[in-house]
Design a protein around this ligand. Structure first.
Ligand code: ADP
Ligand code: MG
Length: 268
């Protein structure tokens, strides 16, 4: 499974969502950071108290994938982060990402790898070099905040992405907007978003809506290597990540959605 996760101007949370969803996934998963603006995971993550090694990064993977080396395997480039999650961090600077040109071999490599992959594509728009990666994903998550500006931008962004991705795929894309909001307001924010999307050209492509809790202490603990199956699992961040994952699992045919996913996570 390949899930692409992107965002828009003014709506941070893509990298955190990628890490949280990968860590809350039902089985082993890899969080891959391919933000053309540069990565943060190599700086942020601490496993057993130490930072990730400087390499390999996503650049190492795309270079090997393009060369189609016989012994090539994505797994060789994955840093073990916690018991079930591997990480391939992005290159730190945009200047390093800009020379790659064609990113599609990365999508093919990630699709063929044994693990389920959550791919951070940064800000996703028509001019993004990562659009062709997102077009090859099983599902595209659009992360946004629940304030008016962000939701209006999300509504229009979904409509544009639907057209762009459909053209690249030659098939309808599946879009899943996910709001980063408080646990308390999550269900109401999702209901508002559904109403806002209702009469737009994006509607036929929006296969669900969900939310992730804004939960700074859980983000800190996750980044510093706390195990997702331990006490961290009871935090709002990881609880809502599991709910979004239930929606994802039902959409890509990996696991049936439970009632809690349909109501709390807010599938349409
Ligand atoms: N669900 C969340 N709860 C609390 N803080 C968050 C959450 N998502 C993002 N943040 C914070 O917002 C900032 C930007 O998040 P990040 O995931 O790096 O955004 P992006 O990848 O879209 O730039 C970080 O400091 C991060 O800790
Ligand atoms: Mg990021």
């Amino acid at each position: 499974m390949l899930v692409a996760i992107g965002g828009d101007k003014g709506s941070p949370g893509v990298t955190t969502a990628t890490l949280a969803l990968a860590s809350a996934w039902v089985g082993p998963a890899i969080a891959v950071e391919a933000d053309p603006a540069g990565g943060d995971l190599a700086i942020r993550l601490r496993s057993d108290g130490s930072a990730l090694p400087e390499g390999p990064t996503v650049l190492s993977v795309v270079t090997a994938a393009r060369a189609k080396r016989d012994d090539y395997s994505v797994r060789a480039y994955v840093h073990a982060f916690n018991a079930t999650t591997g990480v391939i961090p992005g290159a730190m600077y945009a200047e390093q990402m800009v020379n790659v040109g064609d990113w599609t071999p990365l999508a093919e490599a990630l699709r063929q790898c044994q693990s389920d992959v959550f791919l951070d594509v940064g800000h996703l728009h028509s001019a993004s070099p990562m659009l062709s990666l997102a077009a090859r994903a099983d599902l595209v998550i659009a992360v946004a905040r629940p304030d008016l500006t962000s939701v209006v931008r999300l509504r229009d962004r979904l409509a544009r992405l639907a057209l762009d991705l459909a053209q690249l795929r030659g098939a309808a894309p599946r879009l899943l907007p996910v709001l980063v909001t408080t646990s308390r307001h999550g269900s109401a924010d999702v209901a508002d978003l559904r109403r806002i999307i209702e009469d737009t050209p994006a509607k036929p492509f929006v296969v669900g809506c969900g939310f992730l809790a804004h939960d700074a202490s859980a983000v800190r603990r996750l980044q510093s290597g706390d195990e997702p199956a331990g006490r961290l699992s009871r935090t709002d961040l990881m609880r809502t990540a599991r709910q979004v994952n239930e929606i994802i699992g039902s959409l890509v045919g990996l696991a049936p959605a439970t009632d809690s996913a349909l109501t709390a996570g807010g599938q349409q």
